[in-house]
Design a binder for this molecule. Structure first.
Ligand code: 5GP
Length: 194
């Protein structure tokens, strides 16, 4: 997606060979026009899939997720990272290893919002090693829902997540795929990397 790639080149900060900071438009401050276009693009790509729910993880997935859900005209469910006082029973949970924080955390959704009637589109901001997506897929399986696919804003193609998911036969649509972050430069891949 051209608009996204231009924004990444203009405002993205390469923190290391493996981490990109995009907190001026996605992870801290959010650019509503760009996220609107991101949501529209996901909806276009998955419109024929009869999706009934969009699923993401708080907090950075919520922006792209809610816009995708709006264009698909379905609800957004976001998995929570902490158990809150009002979220106590009927919880489906899974454990996720965080790439950025390098620790395990629990994600959970209420089984009131995912069921065997649902066909679910996962949306997330980044795809690195695929742990967040696999955790969400685990929740979908526990709920007995069907998985329609995974929509990712920025896939780091040099990490394993995309391969792991695609090898399972899962449809992964990434709006920008990074080939390399070496020497402080963002280089894009035109398609998913082997
Ligand atoms: P994964 O679970 O695929 O290993 O990592 C994906 C999650 O880690 C995303 O939800 C995102 O929050 C975070 N993440 C992974 N790599 C990056 C990165 O380079 N930059 C930022 N800002 N977040 C990342």
């Amino acid at each position: 997606m051209k608009l996204l790639k231009e924004k990444m080149l203009k405002e993205g900060i390469v923190l290391s060979d493996s981490v990109l900071k995009v907190d001026s438009f996605l992870n801290h401050q959010m650019d509503p026009q760009l996220i609107n276009e991101i949501g529209r693009e996901f909806a276009n790509r998955f419109e024929s899939e009869s999706i009934t729910k969009v699923l993401t993880i708080e907090s950075s997935g919520i922006g792209p997720g809610i816009l995708a859900a709006m264009y698909l005209q379905v609800p957004l469910v976001f998995a929570r990272k902490r158990k809150s006082l009002t979220l106590t029973d009927n919880l489906l949970t899974s454990s996720v290893y965080s790439f950025t924080k390098q620790e395990n955390y629990e994600i959970s959704v209420s089984n009131r919002f995912l069921s065997s009637q649902d066909k679910v589109l996962i949306i997330d901001d980044f795809l690195a090693n695929g742990q967040a997506a696999l955790g969400l897929i685990d929740l979908i399986q526990k709920a007995g829902s069907d998985l329609a696919g995974v929509g990712i804003v920025i896939e780091k193609g040099f990490q394993d997540g995309g391969k792991v998911l695609r090898e399972r036969g899962i449809r992964v649509e990434s709006l920008a795929i990074i080939h390399s972050l070496k020497e402080g430069n963002i280089q894009f891949a035109e398609q998913a990397m082997e």
